[in-house]
Design a protein around this ligand. Structure first.
Ligand code: NAD
Length: 359
């Protein structure tokens, strides 16, 4: 086995961020001991805690240190204390800033429903079957959220517009990420667009078809976004990897998350060129439960598993974490957010310790 050293920038942030990051570092350290790797952490300021210390949500030192690291592990940012600050001074501004500074153009959101949590899923049990496992790959730095926009006056009076524009290069690079991920999963890519109406979608579709030629082992299909929204509820098992635009991905990844039932369980990764990635739970800083040992650390722990897989190429180590999480759920331990009748309620720290013990 090859032993390796990695530099990880940790950004605990606000609210429950520091609590879930603490448990995640403990899990990573155990993986390091088991497999002979060394993880070196540098803790950095981001979000509200950075505003308090430096008056900036994203200090330059944080950006520079992230860029010099092998990967970034983020907790969550934001909270009522900073809610009244102007838009560009708010904690959440740091997330967009980090993605831009690190050149992260792909957002990877697996939506996994564990068999043990079937009851948390709002879908009928015959639809859920033995669980759900979908991965949404969303383009993150293009499309309508970054296109030309403005106000104008037309025949009907005052109007506003936003522009959806994608270049071949942007579609090519996000498609490649989707195909590479599919290769490590069930080898199916569903490209979601609106090619029956939008010219940008017609370009999107033709580029994805071209890229697919380099991945003959992966099956490619296409679906219009309105149908995809419906099919996710009707039969989620037909999907493996979904690749789509920034706006469609924003909506579909939330829908896919909802299907899995708990926000405290879902990890995410943002990737760009090279292996540097940013890994974070999809949930926010949960100020309502911060500091009470109630937060579910699993979303962040699973984000670290994604880090091992996508940034460090340590598949076996990633699987070890995922299997430990499944084992603890099978042992019926639950934090409050995923609690159901007959299960054993535990706190953040104990959940971390149980996962360590299951490794
Ligand atoms: P939230 O995700 O923080 O919380 C929503 C609900 O889910 C709350 O009831 C919370 O207690 C619960 N919850 C979330 N994560 C949990 C976990 N790990 N374990 C148990 N329960 C959990 O969303 P919100 O309340 O809309 O936002 C709170 C703050 O977080 C805001 O300032 C918001 O801007 C910020 N936010 C940050 C991010 C991020 O850092 N990526 C994402 C979303 C929201």
């Amino acid at each position: 086995m090859k032993k390796m050293d990695f530099k990880i920038a940790t950004l605990p942030g606000d609210g429950i961020g520091p609590e879930v990051i603490e448990q995640t570092i403990a899990v990573l350290n155990k993986i390091g001991t088991m497999f002979g790797h060394t993880f070196n952490y540098t803790e950095l300021l981001v979000g509200g805690s950075a505003i308090d210390a430096t008056e900036e949500p994203l200090p330059q030192l944080t950006i520079d240190t992230c860029l010099a690291s092998d990967s970034v592990l983020l907790g969550a940012v934001g909270g009522p204390k900073w809610d009244n600050l102007p838009g560009d001074k708010r904690p959440e501004k740091a997330l967009l800033g980090l993605r831009g500074a690190l050149g992260l153009y792909a957002n990877i959101r697996p939506a996994v429903l564990h068999k043990a949590l079937k009851d948390a899923c709002p879908l009928r049990s015959d639809i859920v079957g033995d669980g759900i496992d979908i991965c949404v790959v969303r383009e993150l730095t293009g499309g309508m959220y970054f296109g030309d926009r403005g106000r104008t006056t037309g025949e009907m009076g005052e109007a506003a517009y936003d522009t959806e524009c994608y270049s071949i290069t942007e579609v090519e690079r996000i498609s490649r990420i989707a195909f590479e991920i599919a290769r490590k999963r069930n080898k199916k890519v569903m490209s979601v667009d609106k090619a029956n109406v939008l010219e940008s979608s017609r370009l999107w579709r033709s580029v994805v078809i071209n890229v697919a030629k380099d991945y003959p082992d992966v099956e490619l299909d296409h679906m219009y976004v309105d149908n995809a929204a419906m099919q996710l509820i009707r039969d989620p098992h037909q999907f493996d990897v979904i690749v789509t635009t920034n706006m469609f991905g924003d909506i579909l990844s939330d829908e896919a998350s909802m299907v899995t039932g708990s926000i405290g369980m879902l990890p995410s990764a943002s990737l760009g060129k090279g292996t540097l990635g940013m890994y974070e739970p999809i949930h926010g800083s949960a100020p309502d439960i911060a500091g009470q040992d109630k937060a579910n650390p699993i979303a962040t722990i699973l984000s670290a598993a994604m880090m091992l897989r996508y940034s460090f190429g340590l598949e076996q180590e990633a699987v070890a974490i995922e299997e430990a999480v499944t084992k603890v759920l099978d042992q019926q331990f639950r934090t409050g957010d995923i609690m159901s009748a007959g299960m054993q309620l535990i706190g953040t720290k104990e959940m971390g310790q149980r996962i360590l013990a299951a490794l």
